[in-house]
Design a protein around this ligand. Structure first.
Ligand SMILES: [Zn+2]
Ligand SMILES: [Zn+2]
Ligand SMILES: [Zn+2]
Length: 331
């Protein structure tokens, strides 16, 4: 696998003919369950909740897209740029139990999973080769789910993913013009007008964005300004319990519409990596605001995301928030 940069959009893509077989192998056991005979290499684990040996753990992805060894060795190829697929690719096992998904787990279990995510981000940001650490979950066949066990994935990359780069640049430009964080402004307007707000819990709010990319798109954001998720995670574990509860309740709401979704955590990039091409380092703590994005995959409306030139959402966020707010959820 190697990374190539599109010289027009300046986005990196990962490409190669040596793609591991993504079809699920017929295995009679789950390699992420505690008693697996073929357990992947352990990276880190969180203490058990309620007597278990562990509650959440990070392991090396069995067929990683990125490999930890080596240097990115960025090089030119005529007008093009390429580099080796150096990075980290881990599976974050959310729960000891095979089928205990985030929306069914206890708040304490989700808290441990979120704390594990924060620790892994902080740890990988110590590696100056990596510009960004992403955490995401694809759930459901149409969302590209890879494993049956309740898991999320993590990648540490030598580049900042395209969507995050858009957000960083937009955040920086908005801050330059107004000396305010665009995310803080969005949140305060939504809360003031009580529009498109799904639920407020502790320091966090779940909301439907003004211009959704897909029907029922939902974000979870901290109400107080903070650029880095891992800083909140590690400094205020109590607040992470509220975040876990809000995540669980939001996923329950979304599951009344569809069982399939993408979830991604957007946090600030690695500022240890002194890049000259990205000059956002001085204001990054002021102009970026971490958040979780949930992009539901709604059956029959696939047109909205197979056609990606212009996002098309046949449900407005005003209607989405009404339906999700009214959803019957447990606890
Ligand atoms: Zn399992
Ligand atoms: Zn902010
Ligand atoms: Zn985002």
């Amino acid at each position: 696998m190697e990374l190539r940069k599109d010289p027009i959009t300046r986005s990196w893509v990962i490409t190669g003919d040596d793609v591991p077989d993504s079809a699920p192998r017929a295995e009679s056991f789950c390699r992420f369950c505690p008693d697996s005979p073929d357990a992947p290499q352990l990276v880190s684990k969180m203490p058990g909740v309620g007597g278990g040996p562990w509650s959440a753990r990070a392991v090396v992805h069995p067929t990683p897209l990125y490999r930890i060894e080596g240097e990115p060795s960025r090089r030119g190829d005529g007008i093009y740029d390429r580099m080796s697929a150096v990075g980290a690719h881990e599976v974050l096992v959310e729960n000891l139990r095979h089928d205990r998904q985030l929306w069914m787990a206890s708040d304490a279990e989700i808290q441990q999973f979120l704390l594990l995510a924060a620790q892994r981000i902080q740890d990988l940001k110590r590696d100056a080769r990596f510009k960004y650490v992403s955490i995401f979950k694809n759930h459901g066949n149409n969302a590209g789910q890879e494993f049956e066990h309740s898991t999320s994935q993590l990648t540490a990359t030598t580049f900042v993913p395209r969507r995050v780069l858009y957000e960083l640049r937009a955040g920086r430009d908005y801050f330059k013009a107004k000396e305010r964080c665009v995310f803080c402004d969005i949140i305060s307007q939504k809360l003031q007008q009580n529009q498109r707000v799904l639920e407020v819990r502790g320091d966090f709010v779940a909301l439907c964005p003004y211009a959704p990319r897909v029907p029922y798109e939902t974000w979870i954001v901290p109400r107080a300004h903070e650029a880095a998720f891992e800083r909140v995670g590690l400094a205020r574990a109590g607040s992470v319990l509220d975040l876990g509860a809000l995540l669980r309740r939001t996923l329950q709401r979304i599951r009344t519409v569809t069982g399939e979704f993408h979830l991604v955590l957007h946090t600030s990039p690695n500022t240890q990596h002194q890049s000259k091409s990205l000059d956002y380092w001085r204001t990054i703590d002021d102009d970026y605001h971490w958040h979780i994005e949930i992009l539901p995959v709604v059956a029959g409306k696939a047109k909205s995301y197979t056609f990606k030139e212009v996002y098309y959402s046949p449900v407005t966020s005003e209607s989405a928030v009404k339906r999700l707010r009214g959803a019957k959820i447990e606890g």
